[in-house]
Design a protein around this ligand. Structure first.
Ligand SMILES: [Zn+2]
Length: 256
């Protein structure tokens, strides 16, 4: 399915055509913003907070309604069980909830954003899968957490795999490549003439399929962040401090 590029109030974002078909759901992947690249470290914080506020507002969410985590390239899954925040930001790389009106967001430069939706039990997940998280199976672990919390069955789930660094721009060392090979993976591993590359989106798609998520319910963006500097921040290309947001929420009133 083709992804949709949207622009509202001067803010560009992408969304999955598949997930856009669920009227009780909102989701989006932000872009570089509107020409305000956070070059100056001093005011980057303020600009970023304002950019986020404007982005969340497009989906009728205030910053207080959006839950985030301290991403550490691990495999912890944070369960959001209360609408009100307040507690310390936990270290985790995925969030799950079944609460309406609560946004889940992860931040990305080149790492893979994966959104998982269980329309049957109305539960959602936002996952940050870099190479470490991908290797450590953060996506299967998130689905397992949804199963424990909500009774989610992978066969019912829908998923979107957002823009991330593609295999075209993600050469890795032989050592790192071998780590993936040794874990039994074949999908997403590319080797040619002694040059190694990883397709992290393809590996995460493989996990989803292997667990039983129907192929036609998986919507990969197939958009490489490093190939499109005018649209996305890319850590690999520019060592930037800028980040894109991946956002998902069950609408407050539960319908359109
Ligand atoms: Zn590329």
């Amino acid at each position: 399915m083709a992804w949709q590029r949207q622009e509202e109030q001067g803010i560009r974002y992408y969304r999955s055509s598949l997930l856009a078909g669920l009227p009780w759901l909102v989701h989006a992947f932000s872009t570089r913003g509107t020409g305000k690249a956070p070059e100056g470290e001093e005011n980057a914080g303020t600009d970023q907070a304002e950019e986020r506020r404007r982005f969340f507002a497009l989906f009728r969410l205030s910053p207080a309604q959006v839950r985030m985590v301290k991403q550490v390239h691990g495999t912890a899954v944070h369960v959001v069980a209360k609408a009100a925040g307040g507690e310390q930001t936990p270290e985790a790389d995925a969030l799950v909830t079944n609460l309406p009106g609560v946004g889940l967001a992860t931040v990305h430069a080149d790492c893979v954003p994966v959104l998982i939706v269980d329309p049957v039990r109305r539960a959602i997940a936002a996952v940050h899968a870099g190479w470490k998280g991908t290797l450590a199976q953060i996506v299967p672990k998130t689905l397992a957490q949804m199963e424990r919390e909500y009774g989610t069955v992978p066969e019912d789930c829908w998923a979107a795999i957002g823009p991330a660094v593609g295999a075209c721009c993600y050469r890795v060392s032989a050592e790192r490549y071998k780590l993936f090979q040794e874990s039994g993976l074949a999908a997403g591993l590319i080797e040619q003439d002694g040059i190694y590359a990883l397709d992290l989106a393809a590996i995460n798609r493989h996990y989803l399929r292997a667990l039983g998520v129907p192929d036609e319910r998986i919507d990969p963006a197939n958009i490489c962040t490093a190939c499109h500097p005018e649209v996305f921040y890319s850590y690999r290309r520019e060592q930037t401090t800028g980040r894109m947001l991946s956002l998902i929420a069950i609408k407050e009133n539960g319908k359109e």
